[in-house]
Ligand binder design. Structure first.
Ligand SMILES: Nc1ncnc2c1ncn2[C@@H]1O[C@H](COP(=O)(O)OP(=O)(O)OP(=O)(O)O)[C@@H](O)[C@H]1O
Ligand code: SF4
Length: 268
């Protein structure tokens, strides 16, 4: 892959957008868990959180509101650990008041996104995950236009079993096709409910829609993640779920998805 014009992404091996047709399907949760799973697998990972209306990555990783420093090549990412294995940049780190974002007009958002995509000094990373706002908006176009100036491997689409058949998901797929972004795979989140008492997984909603959708669109089905109260609890408390519950079925599901994604990135 041509790297000479990649600027701050020059030493980033793979750039993956995480998309969802609508809000609340767990896109930021999946982004966070994929990043942690890749880190557990020994990879250097970054998350770029460009969800202007609700930057949730800092909260999910218990990062608070650290100062963001500048270096010669741009903003220095915030690291979650001394080994610098997980690098973060979130719009939430840069806003005085996180609620400020919702009142911004389009051009201001677009300009900031452009700067945000280009001006973070990531250094060496195996994978950079980009958490985008839900749906398909001007912000998405701004993210894509700016990322594609550098490079993007493709997008992972997160959906829930109920949302899978809705127009939102199909619009997201059309958006990827129109903008020429390969769909790297589909993840079905909140697929069944894991009982907190007996760990049994019950399918409250239909299951298998994500896989069906992947077949229909000729995409890879990366796997499904159940609705697990232990996962939402960890996310609420900003804890590393994968470290806390390494024997859970949800851990296996997330690890397997991250490995499949990694394999498809490496063979693409
Ligand atoms: N598999 C899961 N098991 C348990 N809880 C989950 C799961 N996935 C997401 N959640 C919970 O659902 C809520 C919404 O998740 P999240 O914020 O990741 O959604 P989102 O799609 O990023 O939303 P938005 O794009 O609107 O910000 C969170 O409270 C999160 O903890
Ligand atoms: S076995 Fe069934 S009823 Fe009992 S705690 Fe688990 S899910 Fe609930």
């Amino acid at each position: 892959m041509e790297q000479s014009n990649d600027g701050n992404l020059a030493q980033v091996q793979h750039v993956v957008l995480v998309l969802s047709g609508k809000g609340g399907v767990g896109k930021s949760t999946i982004t966070t868990e994929l990043a942690l799973a890749l880190r557990h697998a020994g990879k250097k990972v970054g998350i770029l959180d460009v969800d202007l209306c609700g930057p949730s990555i800092p909260r999910m990783l218990s990062m608070g509101r650290p100062d963001v420093h500048q270096c010669d090549s741009g903003w220095v990412p915030v690291y979650t650990d001394a080994q610098k294995s997980l690098a973060l940049m979130s719009i939430g780190f840069l806003l005085e008041d996180p609620d400020e974002a919702v009142v911004w007009r389009g051009p201001k958002k677009t300009a900031l996104i452009g700067q945000f995509v280009s001006d973070v000094a990531w250094g060496e990373l195996d994978v950079l995950l980009v958490d985008t706002p839900p749906g398909t908006s001007d912000e998405h176009l701004a993210v894509l236009e700016n990322l594609k100036k550098h490079r993007v491997d493709g997008a992972v689409l997160v959906t829930t079993p109920q949302a899978v058949s809705t127009g939102d998901v199909r619009r997201e797929i059309t958006f990827c096709k129109k903008t020429g972004v390969p769909i790297l795979g589909i993840i079905e989140n909140m697929s069944g409910f894991v009982c907190p008492h007996c760990s049994e997984c019950s399918n409250i909603f239909s299951k298998g829609g994500g896989e069906e959708l992947a077949k229909l669109t000729g995409s890879v089905f990366l796997g499904s993640v159940p609705l697990d109260p232990l996962l939402s609890g960890s996310i609420e408390e900003g804890k590393d779920f994968l470290q806390s519950f390494p024997n859970s079925a949800t851990f296996s599901a997330i690890s397997s998805i991250s490995q499949t994604l990694l394999n498809s990135l490496q063979t693409a």
